[in-house]
Write a protein that binds this ligand. Sequence first.
Ligand code: ADP
Ligand code: MG
Length: 236
Amino acid sequence: MAITIAIASGKGGTGKTTISANLSVALSKFGKDVIVLDADIAMANLELVMGLDGKPITLNDVLAGSVSVEQAIYEGPAGVKVIPAGVSLDSFKKAKPEKLLEVLTKLHELGEIIIIDCPAGIGKEALTAISTAEHLILVVNPEISSISDALKVVAISRRFETNILGTIINRTTAEDSELSAKAIETILEVPILGIIPEDPNIRRCAAFGEPIVIRYPDSPASQAIMQIAARLTGKE
Ligand code: ADP
Ligand code: MG
C-alpha cells in the first residue's frame, strides 16, 4: 500500500519544491519507489528543479480530463517518477483540482511513496492537496511570519485528519534573530523532522536542473535531506 505525503507551507517560497524534489531522490536512494507530483499547478517549478521542463503532457492535462495520469509520468533523477504541472495557461484554465483524489488513487498502484509538492497557503488547490494526502510535512523558515502562517496549515490538516509527520525548518543560518527549533516546535505543537541549513549550492542546482542530493551529495543541505529520508524510512 502506497503512502502520500503532502509537502506544504503557509507562506510561499519556504522551500517546498526544493524539498519535494530532493526528498524524493533521497527516498529513492534508500530503495523506495517514489512518485513526485507537482500540485502547484499555477507555478509549476518542480520540473525545473528536476531537469524535466517542457514535457508535452502534464498534470494540468490529466486534471482537465484529456489524458490518463500514466501519460504524464516521466523518469527523473535516481529513477524518481515525476509528474510535472506544466506551464500552459490553456490547460491550467481547464484543470479541475477536485480530480486530484482520483489521480492519487490511481498513483497508489504505481509507486510506494507519493510526494505532493503543494501550492503555498490554504487556497482551493492547496486545500485539495492537503485533504487528499494521508500525511503532511510542514516546511517553514525560522522566522515568525513563516511560523504564524504554518499554524493555519496545522489547523487545516487537523480538521481534514491529515497526519502531520513533522516540520522541516529550512534555510537556517547562525543568526541570533532566528527562531530556535525548540520555539518552533512549541508554537506549532508539531515535532521537528529535520533542519536544513541555508546553502548557496541549492540555488546553483536549481539553475542546472539537478537536485542538490545528486550534484553536491556532501553539502550540508544534502546531508540534512538524506537524514530526513533515513528517518522517514526507519533507516536512521
Ligand atoms: P517553494 O516551493 O516553497 O515556493 P522553493 O523550493 O521554490 O520554495 O524555494 C524558493 C527559493 O529558495 C528558491 O530560489 C530556492 O533555490 C531557494 N532555497 C530553498 N531552500 C534553500 C536553502 N536551504 N538554501 C538556499 N536557498 C534555498
Ligand atoms: Mg514551489
